[in-house]
Design a protein around this ligand. Structure first.
Ligand code: ATP
Ligand code: MG
Length: 559
């Protein structure tokens, strides 16, 4: 018990430390976090980190977790993404209860906030063009220049701002800017634009608005309206924090939220950026946003990852202020660990060749009792049919064995997993020399795969009873990008694609039990890896399995 407590103190991350200090000092009575995606694409593994971090903190400190669509930019947003994002977050296990919000529902309040700033002399309408604003902004080494419109009176600004709202100006002709400091060393503080004119239809508010708030102005207001206390975002917003603080201070919110930044999650050899995923989808290189080679949440779900494995992964990654990449193998480790006990262990032959037991009674089928998971008796057992004709993996037979080969070859005895000992007697071949049938004899006394007299066999191979075999398709995956070359092409920034990222294996043979698989059912296929029935293409009687992960890995967890 004592050990547990000690461990917890050590493993507290910097965000938890900030929260505990705020709670101890009575700064907030209860914490509130949020996840604020822009509905402009599907969520990916990086977002999962943010979701589980925000939700986990709310859980840990008995606070609230809000779900908010940050839909203030009408150009790229689509309702399709709103639905997919909700589905993904629910699947991950984060619960926003009844707190589902849309930033666009706050447009009126944001407008009022802007009016408040104008009245305080803290915002002004500016007529400079976008290009002029850029020129006036200065550089990292030189201060900016004040806009000639900076000293308009509050009355004039109020009138112009109202006209902006009423649609009296063209797109780009006027903006509202915060009046802060053109000489600030932080460029974000040099009178940033907070509202722009854009005659665009919004997916939620339709044509009601033709002015839209900028992210840096909108976000702190959204947080403050909802009573968010800790607004957690990624490092690229660090330089925007002074502006965030300026907005909540000038608007005089009684319990202003605070922004905290952490490092984004990057994975090696995968494509996480929404932009790149979108391009792969649009160029038809992958089969939609949920192609199992991607790391969108939808793709991971389709491939067969469990929410628990992703939770574990995010936990292992930890929270930090320094950017770094996590090895994809760690994600694989997490799913293997999760499925090891949960998934039934079944037999499937991916590259079948026939095996005939010549001394086994013709026409007879017996049903062998086989445990579903040796390590987890709770999964029970099943009956697996066995007969005179079986299929085994082609690679489990060699007519002329290489050194140290332990599987089937003439005169060698092996165990058919959970069944009998068999001794190879020879094989038949076609004109091209390909093995078509392997012959063997069995020892009836070795039923269950147990040695009848203490004699040992070195190899154990899996098999499928020919008479009851079900044909299946298996899809095997490799990284979508070429590991050797790196994710992005150094010259033009394009992706270095791996031409072998998908292998479709047709004509696999599986146990009858696997023929009944339903979408998302997960199994361990002996020796071949963990597989999941594909949610789009798998049908009872004609199953299609995605390989989630192979069984072995070079990855070792440091414990
Ligand atoms: P992308 O860069 O993939 O396009 P985004 O940051 O534009 O993602 P948003 O919808 O704006 O996507 O992000 C919602 C939240 O998720 C933000 O708080 C953002 O900081 C966080 N987030 C995005 N990518 C990652 C990542 N790789 N790791 C952790 N958090 C992330
Ligand atoms: Mg974004």
């Amino acid at each position: 018990m004592e050990k547990e407590t000690a461990k917890e103190t050590v493993s507290k991350n910097f965000i938890e430390q900030i929260i505990e200090k705020d709670l101890a000092e009575g700064k907030y009575e209860e914490i509130c976090t949020r996840f604020p995606p822009e509905p402009n694409g599907y969520l990916h593994i990086g977002h999962a980190k943010s979701i589980l971090l925000n939700y986990g903190l709310a859980q840990k400190y008995n606070g609230k977790f809000n779900m908010r669509f940050d839909d203030t930019n009408p150009t790229k947003e689509k309702i399709e993404f709103v639905e997919s994002i909700k589905e993904d977050i629910k699947w991950l296990g984060a619960d926003w209860e009844d707190r589902l919000y849309f930033a666009s529902d706050y447009f009126e309040q944001m407008y009022e906030a802007a009016v408040k700033l104008i009245k305080k002399g803290k915002a002004f309408v500016c007529d400079l063009t976008a290009e002029e604003i850029r020129e006036y902004r200065g550089t990292l080494t030189e201060p900016g220049k004040e806009s000639p419109y900076r000293n308009r009176s509050a009355e004039e600004n109020l009138e112009l701002f109202e006209k902006m709202r009423n649609g009296e100006f063209e797109d780009g002709s006027k903006v509202l800017r915060a009046k802060i400091d053109m000489a600030s060393p932080n460029i974000n503080m040099r009178d940033p634009v907070i509202y722009r004119v854009a005659h665009m239809t919004h997916h939620n508010t339709g044509d009601k608005w033709c002015i839209y708030p900028m992210y840096d102005f909108a976000h702190p207001i959204e947080d403050a309206i909802e009573g968010v206390t800790h607004s957690i975002c990624t490092l690229e917003f660090e330089d925007h924090r002074p502006l965030y603080d300026w907005v909540v201070t000038e608007l005089e919110y009684p319990h202003p939220p605070k922004q905290i930044e952490f490092a984004k999650l990057y994975l090696t050899n995968v494509v996480t950026g929404k932009r790149y995923i979108k391009k792969l989808v649009e160029d038809g290189i992958v089969d939609g946003w949920d192609d199992p080679r991607l790391v969108s949440i939808a793709a991971l779900r389709r491939r067969g990852f469990t929410p628990e494995s992703i939770q574990k992964f995010v936990e292992l990654c930890g929270v930090s202020k320094a950017n770094s990449s996590v090895d994809y193998a760690m994600l694989e480790y997490c799913i293997r660990e999760d499925l090891k006990m949960k998934a039934p262990r079944m037999m499937a032959v991916l590259d079948p060749v026939k095996l005939v037991i010549d001394n086994y009674p013709e026409g007879e089928i017996e049903y062998l009792e086989v445990p579903n998971n040796m390590e987890n008796p709770e999964l029970g057992s099943r009956k697996v049919p066995f007969g005179r004709e079986l299929y085994i993996e082609r690679e489990d037979f060699m007519e002329v064995p290489v050194k140290k080969y332990k599987r089937l070859y003439p005169d060698n005895e092996v165990r058919l997993m959970n069944a009998y000992f068999v001794t190879c007697t020879g094989c038949e071949k076609d004109e091209e020399g390909n093995v078509t049938v392997i012959h063997c004899t069995y020892d009836p006394a070795s039923k269950g795969g147990n040695s009848p007299d203490g004699r040992k066999v070195k190899g154990t191979i899996h098999w499928i009873c020919a008479e009851t075999a079900v044909e299946a398709e298996c899809r095997l995956y490799e990284n979508i990008v070429d590991e050797e070359k790196g994710v992005y092409n150094k010259e033009d920034g394009s992706l270095n694609l791996n031409p072998n990222s998908l292998t479709v294996v047709k004509g696999c043979l599986v146990e009858p039990e696997l023929g009944k698989a339903e979408a998302y059912d997960r199994f361990q296929f002996v020796r071949n890896g963990f597989f999941c029935a594909d949610c789009h293409d798998s049908k009872p009687g004609a199953p299609v399995f995605n390989r989630i992960v192979s069984l072995k890995s070079s990855f070792k967890m440091n414990k």
